[in-house]
Design a protein around this ligand. Sequence first.
Ligand code: GLN
Length: 187
Amino acid sequence: MLALQGAFARHVDVLRRCGAEAFEVRRADELAALDALVIPGGESTTMIKLMTSFDLVDPLAKLLADGVPVFGTCAGMILLGADVSDGQPDQLCFGAIDIGVRRNGYGRQIDSFEADLTVAGVDGGPITGVFIRAPVVERTGPDVEVLASFEGDPVLCRQGPVLVSSFHPELTDDDRLHRLFLGSVGA
Ligand code: GLN
């Protein structure tokens, strides 16, 4: 669990409940121990600053290039995308999944909302998506699978080992998306 900033604590709880040995990582030397990585929601620009000052940008890029499974939620999605609009002039993104996102595309904090989402490949009825200053996915490349959409826009996407959601799956008691992600680890 990348634990530089943001909503990482609840993710750790959910991952442990699902049986994963979840631990927080903040330093490059801690990355060697992981089989999969979750990048939480929070504030992508702050995370970038912290990644830069913790010398994590290159080690994380290498981890992604090596094909380690990664789940990015909200700000995590922004960081993993290929292009970002309404970002900072120097907004870094890893390009691990071929999507274009617009930061805060669903509005400000006060515009936060919940929506029921039907997720391809997940049984048991819709999942509640909690959207908080969430990014809108404006473009998906040909290799991107859209697993869920809201009002016509993708909100849950996968490309190979990379899963991203524009919402916060750790904020409900429903752990089906974490289980979906963990199911891809070691596959
Ligand atoms: N708007 C935030 C950003 O740009 C993301 C919000 C979130 O992660 N809940 O990073």
